[in-house]
Design a protein around this ligand. Structure first.
Ligand code: IPM
Ligand code: MG
Length: 371
C-alpha cells in the first residue's frame, strides 16, 4: 500500500539463526527476545529461520555446515550466530571440525570485514584485570580482515618428508586487492570516529606484511584527515595493555586480529561482553566473539550480553535501525548500571543472575526506551 494511503508498509527482513553448540543455544534465545520486541514495536517484520551449524550439525548430518544451512545463509538479509565447537568434536579431521562451519560461511559469503568494538562499561572497570585508570573510557574498533591470510592460504596441511618425518605447513598470503578493500573500510570507519587509525603488521619480518603496509599507506593518501600509524603486532600486544586509550581504530590481518581481539576483550573485564559483525558487500553475520564454553553450557549461567550486543550491531548495519541499536546498547548499559551481573562479571555486592534473567532485564529496559 502506498504511503499516501495512510499506512507505511512494514519492512521485511529474513534472518538466519544459527545457535550452534554449547552456550550458543542459550545465549541466542536471549538475543531473539530482543529482536522479537523490536519487530513487535517497530515498523519492521523479521522472519527468523533456524539452521544447524557446528558440532551439533555434524552429529546430525556428518558435516558442520550442511547444504541447507549454507543455502539459508545465502538467501537471508543477515545471520545471527551463537558459537560453535567443543571437546566432543576436537579429534575430528580439520575438514569437518565445527569451526569449519564459520570459516566456510566467512569465505562463501565473502565476509571480509570483521568489526570488533571494544568498549569498557564504567561499572565493569573492576572486572578488568588491569588497573581502572588504564581501562577507563576505552573505545576501540578492531577492524580484522576475515577471508584471507594464513587462515585460507595454500598450500596447507601435514605431509611426510622423504625420511618419514612429518611437516606441518600453512601459508600467510595477501593479495593487494584484499588489503585495499579492507583498508578502505577501516579508513571509512576511522573517518566517522576519532580519525586515528593504527595498522598492525609484522613488516620487519614478513613479506606479506610489507605489502600490507604499502597498500594501507597508499589507501591512506585518500584520507588525509585520518592519522595513520603503523605498528608491529608484538608492540601492539604490549601497547594494548600499557596504554589502550591511545587506540581508536585498529586495522589488522586475519591472524593478528584473532589474537589481538581476545587480548583487547579482557580490557573490558570479560570476553562475554564483546559482540562482532562480519560484513561482506551484501551479506553480514553477527556473533559474540567468545566461544561455546562447553564447561558452563546448559546451566543458565552464561553471559548473553555479547550476543545481545551483536543483535544491536545487526540492527545498525543490516536492518537500518541505528537509533534502535543505540537504545539497545543503552538498555544493556542500564542493566549493568542497576547491578545485574552474570557470574563472569560478578563482583561482591552486585545481583547475581542467570542467562535468561539477564535477557529479561535488557528486554524490560528496552521496552521502556522504545515506548
Ligand atoms: C574468532 C574465533 C574463530 C577464528 C575460530 C572459532 C575459527 O576464534 O572468531 O575469533 O579463529 O577466527
Ligand atoms: Mg578468536
Amino acid at each position: 500500500m502506498p504511503e499516501s494511503e495512510g499506512k507505511i508498509k512494514k519492512k521485511d527482513f529474513k534472518i538466519a539463526v544459527f545457535a550452534g553448540d554449547g552456550i550458543g543455544v542459550e545465549i541466542i534465545q536471549e538475543a531473539l527476545k530482543v529482536l522479537k520486541l523490536i519487530s513487535d514495536t517497530r515498523n519492521i517484520s523479521l522472519s527468523l529461520a533456524e539452521g544447524s551449524v557446528g558440532g551439533s550439525a555434524y552429529d546430525l548430518y556428518g558435516v558442520p555446515l550442511p547444504q541447507q544451512s549454507l543455502d539459508l545463509a545465502l538467501h537471508c538479509d543477515a545471520i545471527l550466530l551463537g558459537a560453535v565447537g567443543g571437546p566432543k568434536w576436537e579429534s575430528l579431521d580439520y575438514s569437518v571440525r565445527p569451526e569449519r562451519a564459520l570459516l566456510t560461511l566467512r569465505q562463501k559469503l565473502d565476509l571480509f570485514t570483521n568489526l570488533r568494538p571494544v568498549v569498557a562499561f564504567d561499572e565493569l572497570l573492576d572486572a578488568s584485570p588491569l588497573k581502572k585508570e588504564i581501562v577507563r573510557g576505552i573505545n576501540i574498533m578492531i577492524v580484522r580482515e576475515l577471508t584471507g591470510d594464513i587462515y585460507f592460504g595454500q598450500p596447507r596441511g601435514v605431509s611426510k618428508e622423504k625420511d618419514g618425518r612429518r611437516i606441518g605447513i600453512n601459508t600467510m598470503i595477501y593479495s593487494e586487492d584484499e588489503v585495499r578493500r579492507i583498508a578502505v573500510r577501516a579508513f571509512e570507519i576511522a573517518q566517522k570516529r576519532k580519525r586515528n587509525l593504527v595498522s598492525v603488521d609484522k613488516a620487519n619480518i614478513l613479506e606479506s606484511s610489507e605489502l600490507w603496509r604499502d597498500i594501507v599507506s597508499e589507501v591512506g593518501y585518500n584520507y588525509p584527515e585520518v592519522t595513520l600509524r603503523h605498528m608491529y603486532v608484538d608492540n601492539c600486544a604490549m601497547q594494548l595493555i600499557r596504554n589502550p586509550s591511545q587506540f581508536d581504530v585498529i586495522l589488522t590481518t586475519n591472524l593478528f586480529g584473532d589474537i589481538l581481539s581476545d587480548e583487547a576483550a579482557m580490557l573490558t573485564g570479560s570476553i562475554g561482553m564483546l559482540p562482532s559483525a562480519s560484513l561482506g558487500n551484501d551479506k553480514a553475520l553477527y556473533e559474540p566473539i567468545h566461544g561455546s564454553a562447553p564447561d558452563i553450557a546448559g546451566k543458565n549461567i552464561a553471559n548473553p550480553l555479547a550476543t545481545i550486543l551483536s543483535a544491536a550491531m545487526m540492527m545498525r548495519y543490516s536492518l537500518s535501525m541505528p537509533q534502535e541499536a543505540d537504545l539497545l546498547e543503552k538498555a544493556v548499559a542500564q542493566t549493568i548500571k542497576e547491578g545485574f551481573r552474570t557470574q563472569d562479571i560478578y563482583q561482591q555486592g552486585k545481583k547475581l543472575i542467570g542467562t535468561e534473567e539477564m535477557g529479561n532485564q535488557v528486554v524490560k529496559k528496552l521496552r521502556k526506551l522504545l515506548s
